[in-house]
Design a protein around this ligand. Structure first.
Ligand code: 5GP
Ligand code: MN
Length: 340
């Protein structure tokens, strides 16, 4: 819990921070926010990650200092593991031999740390890092504020998603007071794509389909598309949200070919449709409205399976009912009819 984290930071001096493979806005923003917080306290600290900081987040203060390594190659007083559902998610060899502090806002996370600070009411881990700043008595510097704001704005989908709360806005407001310029962050994060991403998007959108009800949509990205567009591995991030912009669509699956027969799958939903439950069936996880997993097998079969599960989930929800409705039975075996 928070008080244990504060006590640990106050009593020790040499730290590392890491997060999950293929880091996103919350993992990079929160890791760097914590990095600047520990720097402000005069601690020895470095951020280590298995994968490089994605292009989108390279302008964040401290992004250039992240050390990319597949192994934890020294003994730290403690390693903070940010936004990870289990200890394998960072993809770092020998991490299990360290004193691990687990900081996450997913309720489903495993309690793998010696200290576990989990706050599922936080919109992003960034919000927790801000709370840590307050608890430890550090006034957020501009660097801390920019990193934490980036975590907030990305994990809430620019304050669109249901995890956006009064507290999120309060924290955001205080970060703006600490020197954040929201337009500058949004420009860097959302209007800073390479051309290849647009070319890739045009190919991926051409594969979008929906079921007969119009409530479930899916699309795919092949390695061939990525090559033709000259796009990088992470350039498909965020594409899953496009079908969700259609009024009727309540659940989306986006299957991205990672290597032949291996599909990184992003799931998104609106309202009560719980896609985390579906991701968990494939060893993944996430939140009710945003989750992910890796599916192995044949393209058509993988797509059919995931679409069927999404159809079952939306079937249990009345599209005209704004109040809470029960979830569908994911074990049902209804076959979606493919349209478009
Ligand atoms: P995305 O679709 O953007 O990759 O991930 C959406 C959400 O699902 C994020 O909150 C992320 O933490 C979670 N997520 C994505 N992939 C996995 C996975 O393989 N395992 C787990 N446990 N969570 C995942
Ligand atoms: Mn997050």
């Amino acid at each position: 819990m928070l008080s244990q984290v504060v006590e640990l930071i106050e009593s020790r001096s040499d730290f590392a921070i890491t997060s999950h493979m293929r880091p996103d806005g919350d993992s990079v923003g929160s890791s760097l926010g914590l990095y600047w917080l520990l720097c402000a306290l005069g601690k020895e600290v470095e951020v280590i990650m298995r994968d490089p900081v994605p292009y989108t987040y390279q302008k964040l203060p401290g992004a250039g200092r992240v050390r990319v390594t597949p192994i934890v190659d020294k003994a730290y007083d403690a390693v903070f593991v940010i936004e990870c559902s289990d200890l394998t998610r960072p993809g770092l060899v020998n991490l299990d031999q360290q004193f691990v502090v687990n900081i996450d806002h997913h309720s489903t996370t495993a309690l793998f740390g010696t200290i576990n600070w989990i706050d599922s009411t936080a919109s992003a881990v960034g919000e927790m890092i801000y709370n840590l700043c307050k608890a430890i008595g550090v006034r957020p510097t501009k660097e801390i504020a920019e990193c934490v704001y980036t975590a907030l704005v990305t994990d809430t989908g620019s304050f669109h998603y249901s995890n956006t709360t009064e507290r999120t806005f309060k924290v955001a407001s205080e970060l703006v007071r600490a020197g954040v310029r929201p337009a500058k962050i949004s420009q860097n994060v959302f209007n800073n794509y390479p051309w290849g991403k647009l070319q890739l998007l045009s190919q991926v959108l051409a594969t979008a389909k929906h079921d007969a009800s119009g409530r479930v949509a899916w699309m795919r990205q092949t390695l061939d598309m990525q090559e033709r567009a000259g796009a990088a591995d992470g350039d498909g991030d965020g594409f899953v949200n496009y079908p969700l912009s259609v009024g009727q669509v309540e659940a989306v699956a986006f299957l991205k070919e990672h290597s032949p027969g291996v599909y990184r799958t992003s799931l998104r939903s609106k309202g009560d449709v719980n896609v985390a439950r579906i991701a968990e069936k494939f060893g993944g996880g996430g939140h009710r409205n945003a989750a992910g997993c890796t599916i192995i097998g044949d393209w058509e079969e993988a797509e059919r399976t995931i679409v069927r599960l999404l159809c079952d989930a939306v079937d249990g929800i009345d599209p005209d009912d704004d109040t809470a409705t029960p979830l569908g039975d994911p074990e049902q075996d209804a076959q979606p009819e493919t349209v478009a």
